[in-house]
Design a protein around this ligand. Structure first.
Ligand SMILES: Cc1ncc(COP(=O)(O)O)c(C=O)c1O
Length: 383
């Protein structure tokens, strides 16, 4: 039985074409550390790391390579940002669609007297930007928000929120786990202070690679989460305060950087618009055909406007876990059921605690795979 991967919201597969080759080349032929050796292979690896910072700048329309920080994933990036910014008795604003990568670090800070407000989204996962204003307090320091829901794909109005943050002198940090590589993300237009990204989802790179970009003012304000060797200023026992060393202690995932480098080149060459167009073509077909199936609920937006290629379905007459299991066991279709590490989003969408079956497409999927998936859903519901 052939297998169809529809779990790209969790991690993308396949990866961009040159990713594996680039990583193997590093591991087989280069293999050394960066910033620590005065030999050719080390300089070569340093050049690739620098070039990857440049590619990230290109992706996010950012202009300061040294303010691109690499981490192991967006969870780490969000921890570094959230814990680096918030001090005792600060207040933070989030949406009700956040992933636990945002919510868990914030909850962990509650013991320091840090509080948060959750701006409610509607049952389609949409947020009214103006609502943010109702939650701003004298001690509000930062707004942290996902760019799009990992449960239902609804995109949040970040540009408007960015303007509100500027008017009220609040830092603005965004989680692009579900949008980087799918939407054009313009650092300046969104009015953000930091963009957190992960390399293994829409960016089509390997697991274990993520990062963030950050402006000078916020980088200076923040405390690092992890201190240690950087290969620089070795005579001092204190962490360097310049970028990116301030936030990049320890040996980085260099094979991962090589993989991400190849993935970013592929995305920039293919074009984000072309990738999004293909994914939305698949989602349009999927949504249209789903609407003919009785006894299912499409969660979130029913049209392609304002959404990503993540579609959640509830099967009220069945156990969602059972449907997801059968789709794989009998038809080879890989989905993800449950709560997707986003309990607040499921509460907003009224799918808590049962969760949904999530189908998430990449531009490598085909119309034939969409049609086969629809047929398979019918068959699962027939029996
Ligand atoms: C919106 C969102 N934020 C954060 C994450 C965490 O990503 P990672 O596991 O790469 O840190 C995910 C992954 O599911 C996500 O969808």
């Amino acid at each position: 039985m052939k297998e169809i991967y529809l779990d790209n919201g969790a991690t993308s597969f396949p990866k961009a074409p040159e990713v594996a080759k680039s990583m193997v080349n590093y591991l087989k032929n280069i293999g050394c550390n960066i910033n620590r050796g005065a030999y050719t292979s080390s300089f070569e690896a340093e050049n690739i790391v620098f070039e990857t910072r440049e590619l990230i700048c290109k992706l996010f329309h950012f202009d300061k390579c040294e303010n691109v920080v690499f981490t192991k994933n967006i969870t780490e990036s969000l921890n570094v940002l959230i814990k680096g910014i918030l001090r005792e008795n600060d207040h933070v604003i989030v949406s009700s669609m956040e992933h636990n990568a945002v919510m868990r670090p914030i909850h962990a800070l509650e013991e320091k007297g840090i509080t948060f407000s959750r701006v409610p989204c509607n049952r389609s996962g949409e947020l009214n930007a103006e609502d943010i204003k109702k939650y701003i307090k004298p001690n509000t320091k930062v707004v942290v928000m996902t760019h799009a829901s990992n449960v239902c794909g609804t995109i949040l109005p970040l540009e408007e929120i960015g303007k509100i943050c500027k008017e009220h002198d609040l830092y603005f940090i965004i989680d692009t786990a579900q949008t980087a590589g799918f939407l054009e993300i313009d650092y300046k237009r969104l009015g953000v202070d930091a963009i957190a990204f992960t390399g293994h989802k829409g960016l089509l790179g390997p697991q274990g690679m993520g990062g963030f970009i950050i402006n000078d003012a916020l980088a200076e304000y923040m405390k690092p989460l992890i201190e240690g060797g950087t290969g620089s200023l070795s005579e001092y026992e204190k962490q360097p305060c310049y970028m990116p060393d301030k936030f990049e202690a320890g040996t980085m995932n260099i094979p991962g950087v090589y993989g991400l480098n190849a993935a970013l080149k592929y995305i920039l060459k293919t074009g984000i618009d072309a990738i999004r167009e293909k994914e939305l073509l698949l989602v349009k077909r999927f949504l249209e055909k789903l609407k003919d199936i009785p006894d299912i609920r499409i969660i979130g937006k029913k049209e392609v406007e304002g959404r990503t290629a993540v579609v959640s379905i509830d099967f009220p007459l069945y156990d969602n876990g059972q449907i997801s299991y059968r789709l794989y066991k009998e038809f080879g279709i890989m989905t993800r059921c449950g709560l997707h590490c986003a309990p607040s989003a499921h509460k907003t969408l009224k799918t808590f605690p049962d969760g949904t079956v999530r189908f998430s497409f990449s531009h490598f999927n085909t119309i034939e795979e969409v049609d086969y998936t629809i047929d398979s859903i019918y068959k699962c519901m027939d029996q």
